[in-house]
Ligand binder design. Structure first.
Ligand SMILES: Nc1ncnc2c1ncn2[C@@H]1O[C@H](COP(=O)(O)OP(=O)(O)OP(=O)(O)O)[C@@H](O)[C@H]1O
Ligand SMILES: [Mg+2]
Length: 257
């Protein structure tokens, strides 16, 4: 069962990665990766620690260059863009990084205003207030608007981080381990939020995770990085319908079979 089948436009690819390889010295991390993200889709990327999931995100956002292969994002060839063009493209991408932190000395409101004021200078005070309140409401934390990050729980800080990303109205969201370090109930909340973001803001997303409950809850489609390539692809049950010893432990550990 697709989570959001109605929203996915399978005729439009927002990210196309073709035959991408990336090594660091003798370490061959990605060895011919293909990945297609369709408009409106939530695509989950699974893989063991160190398999190159974060490297893939850095390649897609142009922070790293591939050794081989091509990467297109929203119709642009990332590896051919100037630094200025890359910055423009990155404004259309929302990053929820593994360790993305809020500014501790700023209130929630100030944290959210910061990217807006920096990137959309033409907005009036009233428009800024409206945008801040809209995204805070979307993540269910309007009441924290005047609080400091230190007064929030880990799950709340994660939500504010996602709101800060949404405020620039990205077309694509890249979530790197959105539920890492959170308790199960907070994980469920974050998974719900990822689905709500997809619904409300019509985003297309890549969600990197080790958390199979997250994968199952948010993934319209799942791909699994094994030995530098996406060897398995499909819906949740298809991915784990295998005796492959590189795949089974993920399932067995998460679901304690
Ligand atoms: N800039 C870099 N220079 C050298 N090696 C790097 C660099 N970036 C990543 N690596 C190496 O590439 C490999 C893949 O790293 P990556 O961060 O993508 O793993 P990951 O799949 O995201 O793991 P995790 O699940 O632990 O976050 C690792 O061995 C890492 O040390
Ligand atoms: Mg990583």
């Amino acid at each position: 069962m697709l989570k959001s089948g109605g929203h996915i436009d399978r005729d439009t690819e927002v990210i196309t990665v073709q035959n991408v390889s990336k090594s660091f010295g003798d370490l061959h991390v990605l060895r011919g990766v293909d990945l297609h993200l369709f408009k409106g889709e939530n695509l989950v990327v699974l893989g063991r620690s160190g398999t190159g999931k974060s490297v893939l995100i850095k390649l897609i956002s142009g922070l790293l260059k591939p050794d081989l292969g091509t990467i297109e994002v929203l119709g642009e060839h990332v590896d051919e863009l100037s630094e200025k063009e890359l910055q423009q493209l990155r404004l259309k991408i929302g990053f929820s990084f593994q360790n993305s932190a809020l500014y501790d000395s700023m209130t929630v409101r100030e944290n959210l205003e910061f990217p807006l004021v920096r990137n959309k200078r033409h907005l009036s005070r009233g428009e800024i207030n409206h945008e801040v309140e809209d995204v805070l409401d979307a993540v269910g934390l309007l009441h924290t608007i005047n609080q400091m990050p230190s007064e929030l729980s880990g799950g709340q800080r994660k939500r504010i981080g996602i709101a800060r990303t949404l405020i620039l109205r990205p077309e694509i969201m890249l979530y790197d381990e959105p539920t890492a370090g959170l308790d199960p109930i907070t994980c469920i909340e974050i998974n719900g939020l990822i689905n709500e973001v997809q619904e409300k803001y019509k985003t297309s997303s890549i969600i990197i995770t080790h958390d199979l409950a997250c994968a199952k809850s948010v993934g319209d489609r799942i791909v699994m990085l094994l030995d530098g390539k996406f060897e398995r692809e499909g819906e949740f049950d298809q991915i784990f319908d295998t005796d492959d010893e590189r795949v089974k432990p993920f399932y067995d550990y998460n679901f304690i079979t």
